[in-house]
Design a protein around this ligand. Structure first.
Ligand code: NAD
Ligand code: USQ
Length: 381
């Protein structure tokens, strides 16, 4: 298949691009490298030293398969995006190219506006270009579990649509699950869902929206093939996600930074599972005419406290309970349906010592890049 991967230089997009190229697909990465720019602006960045995109592509072509890169801003340069789509005429486009950190989106006015402008306009430019140029393309979007909020208010979280009964008519129906975002970033993912609903209703655009949990881990089989293919490893208080942060903290003798009580339950998925799910979604498109297909891309649910206790028991790491910088439920239960991807062949990998040791090994090898000033750098909201 011909596949365009928007945001293919990022943490999830890079291993996914390699996975798809390794499976024989022709992959065009479109990335404006804005994330590398944000690393510099925040004086943070990846623990692993990621190669330039030029070197990444050279190594990918040598070891993995057919991958190229175009430097285009999909939010700001609509004409270039249209030209690209017309040039490639893709079977599928994967949309990873959004500003993805909740804390970054809550820093202040310019970050709030950037996150909304970048995420909503980029995704809308894509929908608008596809229906004009190649309307049968399968659009695969990375959404988030955060669109649902994280509660059991409506029971187990279904895959996108909630079964309801209309009180006045006693009719059963399904509605898009009520959006309940906890940050400007998560809000953009809720708005993306409405764009897909309308483009699907009006033009029949084929969409798979993957509501992904927190991704952890660093390497996949493909990123290990050459040091130039190594994936990024965020550990800072803005872009770092909780489990990778905790592992890097434990290795660097920093007490694990549990926000609040640590009673927050979240869904998790390993980076290799994430790339595998993307491959399954792309290779099994929805039927023409189907409403936007929504899958929860998650492997298991864990609480923050449970993760911290696990690392404390295993490695003797200290734990520091800090005032939660976020406005979120202090404690929550979470149960998530994930039958959709499993029906396509996904077998979730649960947290295990070997995979945790893999991350610890990388964190240990990159200790010199760990800057303790970046650990508690989250804004408050
Ligand atoms: P990332 O920041 O590492 O990668 C995003 C990539 O998109 C970057 O390389 C960036 O340069 C590029 N990009 C951003 N705006 C762009 C634009 N306007 N034009 C072209 N390129 C642009 O993020 P990630 O962790 O790889 O996340 C990718 C997607 O997956 C995001 O949409 C995110 O919401 C979603 N997701 C991530 C996680 C996670 O834990 N990392 C979990 C759930 C969902
Ligand atoms: N947390 C801590 N200590 C830390 C960091 C985080 O206790 O040092 C807590 C947070 O308060 C939160 C939970 O851990 O309750 C998760 O935080 P996170 O930063 O790991 O994840 P989050 O902000 O939710 O965002 C990440 C990705 C985002 C994706 C989302 C999926 O950055 O792109 O959409 O995970 S989900 O959480 O399922 O909505």
């Amino acid at each position: 298949m011909k596949i365009i991967v928007l945001g293919g230089d990022g943490f999830c997009g890079w291993p996914t691009s390699l996975k798809l190229a390794g499976a024989g697909h022709q992959v065009t990465i479109v990335d404006n490298l804005s994330r590398r720019g944000i690393d510099l602006a925040l004086s943070s960045g990846s623990l692993t030293e990621i190669a330039s995109v030029h070197d990444r592509i050279a190594a990918a072509r040598q070891h993995v398969g057919d991958v190229c890169h175009e430097n285009t801003d999909i939010a700001k340069d609509h004409a270039a995006l249209r030209d690209l789509i017309a040039g490639v005429m893709p079977d599928a486009v994967i949309q990873f190219a959004e500003q993805r950190a909740a804390p970054y989106s809550m820093i202040g006015d310019s970050e709030r506006r950037y996150t909304v402008d970048n995420n909503i306009t980029g995704t809308h430019n894509l929908c608008s270009a596809l229906v004009d140029i190649k309307p049968d393309t399968h659009l695969v979007h990375l959404g988030t579990m955060g669109v649902y909020g994280y509660s059991r208010e409506f029971g187990k979280i279904p895959e996108g649509y909630l079964d309801i009964e209309i009180k006045s008519t006693r009719q059963d129906t399904q509605i898009l699950y009520p959006a309940n975002p906890g940050s400007i970033y998560h809000m953009t993912k809720c708005l993306d869902q409405l764009l897909f609903q309308f483009y699907n209703k009006n033009w029949g655009l084929r969409v798979t929206d993957l509501h992904q949990g927190i991704v952890w881990g660093v390497e996949t089989d493909e990123t290990r093939l050459d040091p130039r293919l190594i994936n990024r490893f965020d550990y800072d208080g803005v872009f770092g996600t909780v489990l990778n942060r905790f592992i890097s903290q434990a290795v660097n003798d920093v007490p694990l930074t549990v926000y609040g009580t640590g009673g927050q339950s979240r869904a998790f998925i390993h980076i290799a599972d994430s790339a595998r799910c993307l491959q399954l979604a792309v290779e099994n498109p929805p039927e023409p005419g189907e409403r936007p297909r929504i899958f929860n891309q998650v492997s298991e649910v864990r609480s923050v406290r449970n993760l911290a206790d696990m690392l404390a028991d295993q490695w003797g790491a200290g734990i520091r309970y800090v005032t939660n910088p976020r406005k979120e439920l202090p404690e929550n239960e979470l149960e998530v349906e994930n039958a959709g991807l499993q029906s396509l062949g996904f077998k979730p990998t649960l947290l295990n010592n070997r995979l945790i040791e893999d991350v610890r090994f990388i964190a240990d090898a990159t200790r010199k890049n760990f800057n303790a000033d970046n650990v508690l750098s989250s804004p408050r909201w």
